[in-house]
Design a protein around this ligand. Structure first.
Ligand code: VAH
Length: 317
């Protein structure tokens, strides 16, 4: 069976997408690729350590393993990208173009690449943001996402490459720790609530952002990639939505499980990023074209996060 490469396999999405793909298609057919060693390594076999911007390395992995599908997840997120915009451009866009060029050269069957609601900016309608709208992001991360979407669409129209993409909202999971995203307050709050009984939130209490529990994002990604090609009408990136809530609403949901929990709010530079993004997104085209639907609401997501993080952190109470 032809193999699949997951590049950026040990990040927030990859650390859950790899196991899901392996369960579906067989462990030996899904090769995890990342620049960092996994811990524990044996759990992530088969894997390769490689820089996503090293064209020669990526090409030899594709040829040597007879790869026909690539999930290219390697990316610097919004807050980290603002601290190092050059690195964000190099990793997020240069590595994507490498993958797209190699996919055309080696006639790969499919490519997946994650965009984000960060592709929208302050001039985009903020409520129920439409699929086709103004894309004027004010972060380098957002600029890389708009550029990447246009590259994907170009490679599809020019070379017929079947590259598919989703504009993920903020993703919430308990397996990978928070990693440089603006929406990561919605992950960090759970760790601190359980370990410290309190959380200092870096956005205002009234900050509303589109969010999604990771299991929905993984389900949607695989559903998109398995959809018949004729169902795919959007070749930039599909809006994908589930839940929208404010920081205060999430804190109140956590408090239902941990009554002594307190949350304070000290907005930092990430507030400006959050204020440039939508509060909710219209994903009706994904639901119509290839049958997307979400499962997890805020209450279900909070219950799972508290339960699973208690286990992960060894907290009995
Ligand atoms: C970030 N988690 O905060 C990412 C995401 C919608 C935001 O792309 O940068």
């Amino acid at each position: 069976m032809a193999k699949t490469l997951v590049i950026g396999a040990f990040g927030q999405i990859g650390s859950e997408l790899v196991p899901a793909l392996r369960a579906k298609y067989g462990r030996e057919n899904i090769i995890a690729v990342d620049i960092r060693e996994p811990h524990p390594p044996e759990e992530m076999e088969p894997y390769e350590i490689c820089d996503a911007t090293d064209k020669g390395e990526i090409e030899s992995l594709i040829v040597h393993n007879q790869v026909d599908t690539v999930y290219h997840l390697a990316s610097l997120l919004s807050a980290s990208g603002e601290k190092n915009p050059d690195n964000a451009w190099r990793l997020n866009v240069k590595s994507l173009k490498i993958v797209l060029d190699l996919a055309v050269k080696h006639k790969l069957k499919k490519v997946f690449w994650p965009s984000s609601i960060a592709a929208f900016g302050p001039t985009t309608p903020r409520v129920n943001t439409p699929q086709h709208t103004i894309l004027e992001p004010t972060t380098m991360y957002g600029v890389t996402k708009v550029s990447g979407e246009l590259l994907c669409q170009y490679y599809h129209h020019k070379y017929g490459l079947d590259v598919r993409s989703l504009r993920y909202p903020g993703l919430i999971s308990y397996k990978a720790p928070p990693g440089g995203g603006t929406t990561d307050y919605a992950v960090g709050i759970f760790y601190d609530a359980l370990q410290k009984g309190k959380y200092e939130c870096f956005v205002r209490p009234d900050t509303i952002l589109p969010m999604m529990y990771m299991d929905d994002a993984i389900e949607g990604t695989i559903k998109l990639m398995e959809a018949p090609v004729e169902k795919i009408a959007v070749r930039t990136s599909y809006n994908l939505a589930a839940i929208s809530f404010s920081a205060a609403e999430l804190a109140a949901e956590v408090k239902k499980h941990l009554p002594k929990f307190t949350c304070t709010y000290v907005p930092d530079a990430r507030q400006k990023i959050a204020d440039s993004w939508p509060q909710s997104v219209d994903d009706s085209q994904a639901r119509k074209d290839w049958g997307w639907k979400h499962t997890y609401g805020v209450a279900e997501m909070t219950t799972i996060m508290i339960k699973e993080l208690k286990k992960k952190l060894g907290i009995r109470k």
